[in-house]
Design a binder for this molecule. Sequence first.
Ligand SMILES: [Zn+2]
Length: 408
Amino acid sequence: MTPFAYTLLQRDPHTGARAGHFSTPHGEIPMPAFGPVGTQGAVKAMSPEELEEAGASLILANTYHLYLRPGAALIARLGGLHTFMNWPHPILTDSGGFQVFSLEGLREVDEDGVTFRSHIDGSEHRFTPESVVATQEQLGADVIMCFDECAAPDNRAYSEAAMERTHRWAVRCHEAQTRSDQALFGIVQGGIYPELRAKSARFLVELDLPGYAIGGLSVGESKAEMHAMLELVAPLLPEDKPRYLMGVGSPEDLFEGVSRGIDMFDCVLPTRLARNGGLLTRQGRINLRNAQYAEQAGPIEEGCDCYTCQHYSAGYVRHLLKAREIFGLRLASIHNVRFMLRTMGEIRQSILDGTFAALREEFLSEYRIIPHAAREAERARYRSGTRSLKRPQVAGNGSLGGAIEDER
Ligand SMILES: [Zn+2]
């Protein structure tokens, strides 16, 4: 009997939102769920105990990074990812496809797989659907992902070719799987093209996988385009399987995604923002480095139940961030991760109570959303800041590891 099952508890009468839970060998994931990202086997600046306290039920780790360093076989020898990182709860690993395909100029795709150069030392490696499943079996996460080709959203011909290849690779991943205690999710591709997305969803559903992800979104398309794709794809996916929107999102994205039937999200946003002084509040994102917070004796956010806000003033956390103290990164990360998880908890409870639509309206009317143009400019800054880091570098340059992660 499969250890994986999605149980639907409540459907929202006014939107596509739904509440349930997904059982895994390491416990239940209440859904909808947000998974903080632990790229290198740690959610940056946070301990497993702090993640538990913040309410995390699921965390992610990146196959690409762990494959390169320290190596999946080594992690297997040290007891697998749960033991290795002391996280006894559900873990999801991505396939590494997203990172490999962002290595522009350093990778070559063919029908069988992708050959690429490590961003750490320039050494040559090859991922195939079979090798990616084998690597994820060594890592041992509860949820593993099919190897997919993520195309730029604005090229239809490439989107179609990448989608077709993703389908052939999904079949190979499915056949390559040997462990029955890991749920292999398929990834719907097809860019911003409705007919491709529909075809992709239908193809993957035929494989009868334990869950489905929607990939290739939040990569530069408009929010309206992303929403249109979700409205099209989610109803084509099975009711009794989780639906995972990869690499999304911001607080407003949680509401928009859940309204359209999404059950799972992950994003580096809360931790990445925190390290740059961006703190999440119900009114929107604030820059704690700004002078106006220097003498704020109260917490970052009034009423916040996180460890940081319970014990420290905004002025103190600002000081630590300005002074580049490691503790400041921890305190800021704890607040942001708790903000995302508390928001998701409120979303879930409101679905169970039948008040989701009201909560959504209240949240979105209060929360100041970063305009599309500003968001794209920010994304471009990250891209240009990371491009030089994608060239092969000598080992030992400690800032490289986060570069590729930060693009997500
Ligand atoms: Zn807080």
